[in-house]
Design a protein around this ligand. Structure first.
Ligand code: PMP
Length: 453
């Protein structure tokens, strides 16, 4: 791009744009990267530099950017129809996608309610669960349980069941009350062996049991990020915790909401993270990867038992009175169908298996760094934490902004490596090959050497 145009755009960005999750003062020191083009696992900036998209453009991209089949599906759909209302009207790709989602998600999830982003998928599940109990003669079941460190989105209902102080505490006075239970954070449990992980899971499940035993009569649902608490610090936990939650929720008649917004569609090495535990939740929230990360779309799946509580002969207050202008947008649903056809026709999950095994093995190389610990991975997700002192697990002072410095150094190495505090992580597109993973890891080594890690 012409350098004058680039500078002009960046000036206008600073003047008019307020970016999400961003301390805008940072842009005074470091311009945002002006991205012009994206292809495969790479982003290209206005100067022609390339960067590995190591977080899949905020955990959404699956098959690489600009995938020809996705582009073609969008163009074809656009020829036919751009957008129509999804109430009273329906359309082929919306119907076919619902059918396929029911087929690929755990058995028992039979109904699909569309919305537009991960937060609304969660809002829908919370509201449906609440209303279900209201019209099932259990009006006292109005509260929710969430897990510490969890993140379910930025709308107020989702924030009410969020457990990350840095994102959520300022809004506390606006939120509905909810119970929290401890996070199954096996990485910070005093004993990090497999036995320790069992003990951590048992401890956390005992806390859930205690909560449900004393309050199940007032609890509508428990919401969980299956297998990975992502924004709360890339906490990866054992499947036994999920299995335990399913059993407890069934025993105490509390809905289980699985928020698969981030983990769905292959990222954890299985199509859905719930598959690691072979469980069916009462609600499953999907977004991000649903369209291979190309169009905004979300879906909340639920059981027939939930659906039936809203079904009536004539219009009564049993209707689920919720919807958004762009619900079931045909371009988005056609994109999602194209993504699912790629899973069907290409060996996507076999490649994930190979790449994930290589990633897991290569992550161990970070153990040699003096300030790196708590190395973990699941499927195409991998992370480690930076410590001022590894032996005593002492974190860096907040003001050192060590994660941000790693991010800056990453850009010099052609990596878009956005940290979560002092946690560096990869959330790789499913199509990332072992060769590319090797390159990403070597570049990250160089970043850590630069920071004297
Ligand atoms: N749930 C989870 C588990 C998420 O990770 C996110 C987003 N990072 C959301 C919900 C919210 O999704 P969105 O940003 O599309 O609203």
């Amino acid at each position: 791009m012409d350098p004058i145009r680039k500078q002009e755009l960046l000036r206008k960005d600073r003047q008019h744009v307020w970016h999400p999750f961003t301390q805008m003062k940072d842009y005074a020191e470091l311009d945002p990267i002006l991205i012009e083009r994206a292809e495969g696992v790479y982003l290209y900036d206005a100067d022609g530099n390339s960067y590995y998209d190591t977080n899949s453009s905020w955990w959404v991209n699956l098959h690489g950017h600009s995938h020809p089949r996705i582009k073609m599906a969008i163009a074809r759909q656009l020829e036919l129809m751009d957008h129509v209302m999804f109430s009273g009207l329906t359309h082929p790709s919306g119907i076919e996608l619902a059918e396929q989602l029911v087929q690929i998600t755990p058995p028992g999830l039979d109904k699909v309610f569309y919305s537009d982003n991960g937060s609304t998928a969660v809002e829908v599940a919370l509201k449906m669960s609440f209303q279900y109990w209201q019209q099932s003669g259990r009006e006292s079941k109005t509260k929710f349980v969430f897990v510490e460190n969890s993140y379910h989105g930025d709308t107020l209902g989702a924030v009410s069941v969020g457990g990350v102080g840095a994102y959520h505490s300022v809004f506390r006075p606006l939120l509905f009350s909810a119970y929290s239970v401890p996070s199954p954070n096996v990485g910070t449990w005093p004993d990090t062996s497999e036995q320790g992980a069992h003990a951590c899971v048992a401890h956390c499940l005992a806390a859930v049991r205690q909560r449900l035993e004393s309050s199940a009569g007032e609890i509508a649902a428990l919401i969980i990020e299956p297998m990975v608490q992502a924004a709360g610090g890339m906490i990866i936990y054992p499947a036994a915790y999920l299995q335990g939650l399913r059993e407890l929720c069934t025993q105490y008649e509390v809905h289980l909401i699985a928020d698969e917004v981030a983990t769905g569609f292959g990222r954890t090495g299985r199509m859905f993270a719930c598959d690691h535990a072979a469980i069916t939740p009462d609600f499953m929230c999907l977004s991000k990867g649903i369209t291979a990360g190309v169009m905004p779309l979300a879906a909340t799946l639920c059981t027939t038992a939930v659906f039936d509580a809203f079904y009536d002969d004539y219009e009564t207050l049993k209707t689920f009175t919720h919807g958004h202008s762009f619900t079931g947008n045909p371009i988005a649903t056609a994109t999602a169908l194209a993504s699912l056809s790629i899973f069907e026709d290409e060996p996507v999950m076999a490649q994930v298996e190979e790449s994930a095994a290589y990633l897991r093995e290569q992550m161990q190389t970070f153990g040699a760094f003096t300030h790196v610990d708590n190395i973990r991975s699941l499927g195409m997700i991998a992370a480690f934490d930076l410590f001022a002192d590894k032996a005593s697990k002492q974190r860096y002072d907040f003001t050192e902004r060590i994660g941000f410095r790693a991010y800056q150094a990453g850009l010099q190495e052609g990596l878009f490596l956005r940290p979560l505090g002092d946690t560096l992580y990869y959330w790789l597109p499913l199509c990332t090959t072992p060769k590319q993973i090797k390159d990403i890891i070597e570049r990250t080594h160089r970043v850590l050497h630069k920071l004297n890690m």
